[in-house]
Design a protein. Structure first.
Length: 150
């Protein structure tokens, strides 16, 4: 099966029903996308497919073949952080860090759809769970990246 991951064509031999998460982690050794719950509840496995935030633990790889898949490894450019990554650092968002790749991918999808999100937009889009409770820092980082930080 041909996949378009972070702008590069990747060939994988996988059952089309295999979750995208396991194709990324086990077959392609792209371990930035994390396994959290396996039922699309926590968001640790969030990637972007054609710009939309997708929980990769429940997305069959066959359903994303031919679509543009972006993982955390493809968020920044070599040697340069994505504005969200820079904002995450500036706002000191990560604590344990486990949920952060999924949070960043969900935030990137939000900013692509709504470049200047309101608090309500952020609340609606950011459904990822952070056990460390950094939600206010996540909000501040999204606003910083959007250029709307007060």
């Amino acid at each position: 099966m041909d996949l378009n991951i972070n702008g590069a064509r990747r060939q994988v031999d996988a059952d089309p029903a295999m979750p995208l998460l396991w194709v990324l982690r086990d077959l392609l050794q792209m371990t930035g996308t994390k396994f959290g719950c396996g039922v699309a509840a926590c968001g640790a496995c969030t990637v972007r497919v054609d710009g939309q935030a997708v929980r990769s633990c429940v997305a069959p790889v066959g359903s994303v073949a031919g679509k543009a898949i972006q993982t955390i490894e493809g968020l920044g450019v070599a040697g340069r952080l994505h504005p969200l990554q820079a904002a995450w650092i500036a706002e000191q968002v990560p604590q344990c860090g486990y949920c952060q790749s999924g949070m960043l991918m969900a935030a990137a999808a939000l900013l692509e759809k709504k470049p200047k999100p309101t608090d309500a937009d952020i609340d609606e889009a950011m459904t990822n769970i952070c056990r460390c409770g950094t939600y206010q820092r996540v909000r501040a980082a999204i606003k910083r990246a959007a250029g709307t930080k007060a």
